[in-house]
Design a protein around this ligand. Structure first.
Ligand code: PEP
Ligand code: MG
Length: 576
């Protein structure tokens, strides 16, 4: 038997066996002390600065090699801060004048810089520096305290990353060549770390509760992302079993791959659009490998998160153009920036909030900071010339928000047209249905928007009042609950009554129990991680929509619980 077996939430299919890499911040706490030999303390400070710079240089070179120039820019910015004589001079001054230890002087001075930059609300560039200074301070402090900060960009052998949680920016730094899987303490199936793992096509288990305490650096770990298990220090027999399971999974994938160039048509001949969700243009390989018919969700905020400052119009234009051209005329839905909730930008500090998921996020930020929004819309408008680009707004709660966003879009479009810039004139504008208020009013929205895309990750979180990243309430993630299915039906029917189409880009769209029901409800487009596309096409081709409509009717009107619906589908579709 393995030394330990951990159980978590299966977040991304596949099996991996490798050594553990602990992506856990060390304890950086310290006491304020008085020093008598201030020269020695200043020398200690200089050593820590030099060591940090040397370390950042190595990380930067490695990041350029593994991840690309753009991802490595943040490290160059950190080296620049460390080379600034002003900050170093002030810390030295504090050590000499106040006779405090270097750790305390560093903290006091950098805190002042951070507050100063954060207060520059009219200068986004300076505001962005606050996050960099915070990161740099952590690094210098680690050298003063003689502890090591983990540097995921330096990973150069196959590992399974173990972390309490993975922020989207941590995940963006992981090199998929070496990171074979990851396991976290917290998070649910729709937390962003889980979604990223599916995009990166690496097996993942989230919400294991104790991965960072039960696993040690270098332990051999078997990670089963199909069932949500992790084995620490497995026996030879267990390793052999899981190697077989990994092989079976690869064989199954090869079967699905045969459907790559086929259309997604049900048994009775109805065509559905099967699409991919992506985060960056780098995910295009997965989209093409899966033979997706569209991109149903381009989470554009990843362009912002993978950058050390607000991406400018040209940078964004290039990214959108690449994706639109890559799809060769097939539809690409780009969602405008969805920052906030659990997605932060180090360079755009958001207010501290009691409930970030209910706070300042997504379209609310875009309408408030229309400078950022206009830049994004201009980049999108310019890219629209190169293919079939559609735009959708995240977290719309009221028609008023949609109207305001649309008006800004029209203004920017008119300006570009007046300047002679080519833009497509038939760009469809849609909204995400993530907030129950919008779902309920879908019949009115449908008169003004071109399409809906149902974001079940948030729609479930808001309908059941259950934080999507909190494993303690993960039992309330009930994708088959008749209440949710009725809400979805209402949205689809409202769209169809007005000649609009409805897609779904939340995780439910690729859920094999939900897919038959959604076909029955008449969902037009299913958008999911590329890794789920072929599996879903294989399932959809076997099903008859009229039969699925009857099944959906039963689920909505005769079933009462999530479990009952699940059993109904398992029995009738999968013969279980
Ligand atoms: C959703 O909420 O379902 C969605 C697709 O958006 P995200 O997961 O990025 O919040
Ligand atoms: Mg969402």
């Amino acid at each position: 038997m393995a030394e330990k077996v951990l159980k978590g939430i299966a977040a991304s299919d596949g099996v991996a066996i490798a050594k553990a890499y602990m992506l856990v911040d060390p304890d950086l706490s310290f006491e304020k002390t008085t020093v008598s030999d201030t020269d020695a303390e200043v020398a200690r400070l200089h050593d820590a600065f030099d060591a940090s710079k040397a370390e950042l240089k190595v990380i930067k070179d490695k990041a350029v090699e593994n991840l690309g120039e753009e991802e490595a820019e943040v490290f160059e910015a950190h080296i620049t801060i460390l080379s600034d004589p002003e900050m170093l001079g002030q810390i030295e001054g504090k050590i000499k004048d106040d006779k405090v230890n270097a750790e305390e002087a560093l903290k006091e001075v950098t805190d002042t810089f951070i507050s100063m930059f954060e207060a520059m609300t009219d200068n986004a560039y300076m505001q962005e520096r606050a996050g960099d200074i915070r990161d740099v301070t952590k690094r210098v402090l680690s050298h003063l305290l003689g502890v090591t900060l983990p540097s995921p960009a330096l990973i150069d052998s196959e590992v399974i990353v173990v972390a309490h949680d993975l922020t989207p920016s941590d995940t963006a730094q992981l090199d998929r060549k070496y990171v074979k899987g990851f396991i976290t303490d917290i998070g649910g199936r729709t937390s962003h770390s889980a979604i990223m793992s599916r995009t990166l096509e690496i097996p993942a288990v989230v919400g294991s509760e104790s991965a960072t305490t039960d696993i040690k650096e270098g332990d051999t770990v078997v990670l089963d992302g199909i069932n949500g298990d992790a084995l620490v220090a497995p026996t030879d027999a267990e390793v052999a079993d899981y190697q077989q399971k990994a092989k079976d999974f690869v064989a199954q994938k090869a079967e699905w791959a045969k459907l790559k160039n086929e259309a997604t048509v049900s048994k009775d001949g109805k065509h559905f659009e099967l699409a991919s969700n992506i985060g960056t243009p780098d995910d295009m390989d997965g989209v093409l490998d899966a033979g997706s018919e569209a991109i149903g969700l381009f989470r554009s905020e990843f362009l912002y998160m993978n950058s050390s400052e607000l991406p400018d119009e040209d940078t964004q234009f290039e990214a959108y153009k690449k994706v639109v051209e890559g799809m060769n005329g097939k539809p690409v839905i780009v969602r405008t920036m969805d920052i906030g909730g659990d997605k932060e930008l180090p360079y755009l500090p958001l207010p501290d909030e009691m409930n970030p998921f209910l706070g300042y996020r997504a379209i609310r930020i875009s309408l408030d900071r229309d400078d950022i929004f206009r830049t994004q819309l201009r980049a999108l408008l310019r890219a629209s010339h190169y293919g079939q680009l559609r735009i959708m707004f995240p977290m719309i709660a009221t028609l008023d928000e949609f109207r305001k966003a649309k008006a800004i879009f029209e203004e920017e479009k008119a300006k570009l047209v007046a300047a002679g810039t080519p833009v497509a004139d038939d760009i469809k504008l849609g909204i995400m249905i993530e907030i129950p208020a919008a779902a309920i009013l879908a019949d009115q929205f449908a008169k003004e928007v071109d399409f809906f895309s149902i974001g079940t990750n948030d729609l479930i979180q808001y309908s059941f009042a259950a934080d999507r990243g909190n494993e303690q309430v993960s039992y309330l993630y009930q994708p088959y609950n008749p209440s949710l299915l009725r809400l979805i039906k209402h949205v689809i029917d409202a769209a169809h009554a007005n000649g609009r189409f409805t897609g779904m880009c939340g995780e439910v769209a690729g859920d094999q129990i939900a897919v038959p029901l959604l076909m029955g409800l008449g969902l037009d487009e299913f958008s999911m991680s590329s890794t789920s596309v072929l599996k879903t096409r294989s399932l959809m081709k076997k099903l008859d929509t009229k039969e699925m409509a009857k099944l959906a009717d039963k689920a909505l009107n005769e079933c009462v619980t999530n479990e009952e619906v699940k059993e109904l589908v398992e029995k009738n579709v999968f013969g279980k």
